[in-house]
Design a protein around this ligand. Structure first.
Ligand code: LRH
Length: 494
């Protein structure tokens, strides 16, 4: 039989894409058919996603997908936590806020302390991040918008609703809201009550691989896809899709899903909800088949991208390849930052913010762009080391290798530095893990592939992976970590 084609919609913080994935006869083949920018909108009331614009990009991409031949189904994944609200008529009440909007700063800590940090963690298992949905809703508590709202839809569920008219909450992404009970996999009435959120806003949960409706007639007319084409709930949290496609076979694997964020951790079959784990800032998000993504968010390539954006505004050259060559030649471990310091979440001027952080920890700030990028990559590698070693301790696991997937896996310098810093071999790729996870969940819903292990085997067999061996004895990294912690005046991870 000919391979079956699936359309994967994958929206990231800076761009969206539609990919056609063909699965069959032991093959797995991806073609990007459309890519469009995702540019946040700054309005008087805050920072937003231009969701109607993104939806148009999705429709354009689906039309391209239809142009390649029959498409069996559509799946959607995006970044986590952000949502839109529907009124009683099913109309969207305003644009979704961007998670980097600053309206939850300070408030998130207050809500956490009111409800109780341990109680929140014991139920939701989530790393405290100021933008978790529960805190965004707390910031909207007295708004006219929330008063009119009847349904909350996370971004991929909202796009699926616009495509199908059908409403649901896919569970991997629901697990990032701070409103899901990670132990039972159901919405937590307890947390909703404690934070004053009406539980009626929260739609029925969907497991990845289950139906999410069929394309509406006006959508099939606009795209050329066949009438009744199903939308499948994939692992709609992009990180969940990426982890599902990590080509790990056997025990001992850790992963880093590296794009705008670096999500570093382990796949477990049960959450770790201890006080130590909470204090160390680990999250227990839900993965495919009830697995747990035990990881920590690390500020990832955002740091690099924001430097490039600032330099571009100054008319300086910002092509990535020459910057990485310059970074490779720059002095190692000269300047270091804690990438997770809150000032890096949404600064006006990233290079200046990095320089100020170096001064604060008593280091000479990097001057040239190459040195700035080296500072960022060294600091990310050090954060990978810190987080993976702590994850292994807290989960009682041994790590023997690191799978680095996502766009960051194309960055050979970052891969090598991560191997050196962690002292572990790094297997890099695939860069398009998220789209692959999206496609494979759809293929699985059709019975074309089996469980997670079989999906990963297929990725390992069909994708080109690169291997990085650790160099050096790691002593330089240990000393750098100690220096950074001393300069920061606080532990970098507890
Ligand atoms: C990565 C990601 C991450 C979330 C963040 C908001 O794209 O989904 O897993 O924490 O965006």
């Amino acid at each position: 039989a000919a391979p079956t084609a699936f359309a994967a919609v994958d929206l990231g913080a800076t761009s969206g894409r539609v990919i056609v994935g063909r699965v069959g006869q032991g093959g797995l083949d991806l073609t990007e058919v459309h890519r469009f920018p995702n540019t946040p909108l700054r309005l008087p009331t805050g920072l937003y996603w231009n969701l109607p614009g993104l939806f148009q990009g999705v429709l354009d991409g689906l039309r391209e997908a239809a142009g390649t031949g029959p498409v069996a189904s559509v799946g959607i994944d995006t970044w986590a936590v952000d949502y839109g609200l529907l009124d009683a008529d099913g109309a969207l009440l305003g644009l979704p806020h961007h998670y980097r909007d600053d309206r939850t700063r300070g408030l998130a800590e207050r809500v956490r302390d009111q409800v109780g940090a341990r109680r929140l963690y014991g139920i939701t298992g989530l790393q405290h991040l100021p933008f978790n949905t529960v805190f965004q809703l707390a910031a909207a508590r007295d708004s006219a918008q929330l008063a009119a709202a009847r349904t909350l839809l996370l971004v991929p569920d909202l796009l699926a609703y616009w495509l199908t008219g059908s409403v649901g909450a896919e569970i991997t992404n629901a697990s990032t809201t701070g409103l899901l009970d990670v132990r039972t996999g159901t919405w937590s009435r307890d947390i909703a009550a404690a934070t004053g959120i009406d539980p009626a806003l929260l739609p029925p949960l969907r497991e990845p691989g289950t139906p999410a409706g069929a394309l509406l007639p006006h959508v099939t007319a606009a795209t050329g896809l066949a009438p009744g084409t199903p939308v499948v709930a994939v692992a709609s949290h992009d990180t969940a899709s990426a982890v599902a496609a990590v080509p790990a076979t056997g025990a001992g694997a850790a992963y880093i899903s590296c794009g705008t964020w670096s999500l570093a951790g382990l796949e477990l079959d049960a959450p770790v909800l201890t006080e130590e784990s909470r204090a160390a800032g680990f999250t227990n998000e839900r993965g495919v088949d009830g697995t747990v993504r035990y990881l920590r968010n690390i500020m990832g390539m955002w740091l690099v991208e924001e430097c490039r954006r600032a330099w571009a505004a100054q008319g300086r050259p910002v092509a990535l390849a020459p910057l990485l060559t310059a970074a490779a030649g720059a002095e190692p471990l000269a300047a270091l930052i804690d990438p997770d310091a809150p000032e890096f979440l949404a600064p006006d001027d990233m290079p200046a913010t990095i320089a100020a952080a170096c001064v604060h920890t008593g280091r000479r700030p990097p001057a040239e762009p190459g040195a700035v990028i080296r500072c960022v990559l060294d600091s990310l590698a050090l954060a990978h080391r810190r987080v993976l070693h702590r994850a292994a301790e807290l989960a009682g696991r041994d790590i023997t290798r690191v799978h680095l997937v996502g766009g960051g896996s194309r960055n050979a310098l970052l891969c090598q530095l991560t191997a050196d810093a962690t002292g572990l071999p790094v297997v890099a790729g695939p860069a398009e893990a998220t789209a692959i996870g999206n496609v494979l969940l759809q293929a699985r819903a059709r019975g074309l592939v089996g469980g997670l292990a079989e999906m990963r085997q297929l990725v390992a067999e069909t994708k080109q992976l690169r291997h990085y061996r650790p160099q050096g004895d790691g002593r330089g990294w240990a000393a750098a970590e100690a220096r950074l912690a001393a300069g920061s005046g606080r532990p970098l991870i507890s």
